[in-house]
Design a protein around this ligand. Structure first.
Ligand SMILES: CC(C)(COP(=O)(O)OP(=O)(O)OC[C@H]1O[C@@H](n2cnc3c(N)ncnc32)[C@H](O)[C@@H]1OP(=O)(O)O)[C@@H](O)C(=O)NCCC(=O)NCCS
Length: 319
């Protein structure tokens, strides 16, 4: 017993900033950002909290699934940073949904949605859940240094959700982590403890872009090969690959190495940038609502992120 996806939802905040508009803030250009990353614009939380957009994504997924919030047995939310350190974002959304089930956050950076699917799978396997809500939401705009052109142009804010029910459509899943904090990290904003002399000097996302790039391409290739092997399928059986939307060049490089045809790769990075854990459920929801998936389609999800974490899975679309 694993699960089947019975509904999806997503939401992005209203404010859109194009590459040209960022060129008014830092020394960059639409040409540099587009050719290096594929990103054309991103959405940014202003008046919205993360819980606001995540609630809308969750409500829309429940509606798509024809499921009431009181039917949920689990809410698990992937985020690197909710609106509060405590309570969890999952609990804040649970309150608004009026659900009453275990609810908690997990942090696996950009791989978070796949980690959350794995957590949910455990609830189904132990028969502790018949319906689960898997969420992901990020406000990356609150973590980057808006004076640093090397990072602020890459990220965006968004939220995604999937409702899972008992089923056998998770055909394989793999998670990895290799503790390596150097290339990608975000320090805590310091408190005001009077016994601590030095507070964090630069409380923003730091990234060694080329190290992350190399890790991303090689891990994505390895993980996709591993999960399709474990699922007992061939590359030709895959209908769509939904890769984490960090950089179109990473996706293209992995696609070429894996020799899975490009038309099978779904991407929306141009509209949203890298929304961390929210990127795959945003992609999933857009493709679902476009009517792109047919019943029986084999989907491959693959992500990587800070940690370093990676994850991939094979899911049969069964709606
Ligand atoms: C970030 C990334 C796009 C940078 O591309 P790159 O080809 O490696 O570029 P570099 O960092 O080598 O920088 C090249 C030059 O562009 C400059 N540059 C960096 N950001 C720029 C920007 N927004 N606009 C214009 N120039 C920029 C750099 O200062 C550097 O200039 P220099 O040669 O004069 O020193 C790329 O490394 C990447 O995508 N890495 C993976 C990041 C990622 O996926 N992170 C999320 C993980 S979940």
């Amino acid at each position: 017993m694993s699960f089947t996806i019975i509904g999806t939802g997503s939401k992005v905040p209203a404010l859109v900033k194009t590459n040209e508009q960022l060129a008014d803030l830092v020394e960059t250009s639409d040409e540099w950002i587009t050719t290096r990353t594929g990103i054309k614009q991103r959405h940014i939380c202003t008046t919205e909290s993360l819980a606001d957009i995540l609630y809308d994504a969750a409500a829309s997924a429940l509606d798509d699934a024809g499921t009431r919030a009181d039917e949920l047995d689990l809410i698990v939310c992937a985020t690197i940073r909710g609106d509060y350190i405590s309570p969890s974002l999952a609990c804040v959304v649970q309150e608004r949904l009026r659900a009453s089930c275990p609810a908690f956050d997990i942090n696996a950076a950009c791989t978070g949605f796949i980690y959350a699917l794995d957590v949910a799978e455990g609830y189904f396997a132990r028969k502790k859940a018949r319906k689960a809500l898997v969420l992901a939401a990020e406000a990356m705009s609150k973590t980057v240094d808006w004076n640093d052109r090397a990072t602020c142009v890459l990220f965006g804010d968004g939220a995604g959700a999937a409702v899972l029910a008992e089923g056998d459509d998770l055909l394989s899943i793999k998670l990895t982590a290799v503790g390596n904090t150097g290339p990608l990290f975000i320090p805590h904003v310091g408190g005001n403890c009077p016994f601590v002399a030095v507070q964090s000097a630069r409380p923003y996302l730091s990234m060694q872009g080329q190290d992350v790039y190399k890790f991303a391409v090689s891990s994505m290739c390895r993980d996709i090969q591993d999960v399709i092997k474990e699922a007992g399928i061939a590359k030709t059986d895959i209908a769509y690959v939904l890769p984490h939307q960090a950089n179109i060049r990473i996706i293209d490089a992995a696609q070429k190495r894996l020799k899975i045809p490009q038309y099978k790769y779904i991407s929306n990075i141009e509209k949203y940038g890298n929304t961390s854990a929210a990127s795959i459920p945003l992609l999933l929801d857009e493709a679902n609502r476009d009517g792109r998936f047919k019943c029986g389609d084999i989907l491959v999800l693959s992500a990587f992120g800070g940690g370093f974490t990676t994850g991939a899975c094979v899911i049969r679309w069964n709606r």
